[in-house]
Write a protein that binds this ligand. Structure first.
Ligand SMILES: [Zn+2]
Length: 223
């Protein structure tokens, strides 16, 4: 088990964002600290939402650190102001980064029908695969909002790996991945703690119960 980190925008948050959204943007200094910590502890990196900082800031720093990340991109945002372009996505892919789906329009899938979820996922997967000329197998759940119905649809449409926002160490190879979000207000000690913690038995049991309630199938978390 190791940590799987979830990041969003890097650098100063755009003025257009509300305070809640801004709390997900981390400074370049924090990103550099995270990269050092990943080199030391071996965590996985994921970056959501397709902000233009993926290509402008994250990519050069990842290449410099010789690290890889998975980028989850809402496909309707491609080429719109503040977000990655098709050329950016090809550049990320050509640099060895994994490209994953984050749906088309960053919908809350709990409020969508099965057919809407299936369409939102498959259309985004197809567009990203066309851009990269490579299969797209992974999906990150917008807002982390899911239940067993949502996960059932993702399984049904053949998604290879689903990245949730359930916290806790990730089991390599499990269909449903847990992630820890790095937030703007986190300092070095908090980030280090996420990277190095061993799950306490009580926390593991609580996690299991929470996952069971959401998915009805804790076996999803096993490798
Ligand atoms: Zn998102």
């Amino acid at each position: 088990m190791s940590a799987c980190l979830m990041l969003h925008g890097i650098g100063p948050a755009p003025e257009r964002l509300d305070p809640e959204e801004r709390s997900y943007w981390i400074s370049e200094g924090t990103f550099a600290f995270v990269l050092d910590a990943v080199q030391a502890h071996g965590a996985r990196l994921t970056i959501d939402d397709g902000n233009d900082t993926d290509a402008r800031i994250a990519l050069p720093m990842l290449v410099e650190a010789n690290l890889k990340a998975t980028f989850f991109i809402p496909s309707d945002r491609i080429g719109t102001p503040g977000y990655v372009t098709e050329a950016d996505i090809r550049e990320l892919h050509d640099a060895g980064m994994e490209i994953g789906s984050h749906g088309c329009a960053h919908l809350n899938w709990l409020n969508a029908s099965d057919a809407e979820i299936a369409r939102d996922v498959t259309q985004s997967v197809e567009r990203l695969a066309r851009i990269t000329q490579a299969p797209v197998r992974s999906v990150a759940i917008p807002y982390g909002q899911c239940d067993r119905r949502v996960l059932g649809v993702l399984r049904h449409v053949g998604i290879g790996r689903v990245y949730s926002s359930f916290r806790g160490p990730d089991v390599e190879g499990a269909w449903l991945a847990r992630r820890d979000c790095i937030m703007a207000d986190m300092g070095p000690s908090e980030i280090n703690e996420i990277m190095t913690r061993q799950p306490a038995a009580a926390e593991a049991a609580l996690n299991f119960l929470r996952i069971w309630r959401h998915t009805g199938n804790a076996a999803l978390w096993a490798a």
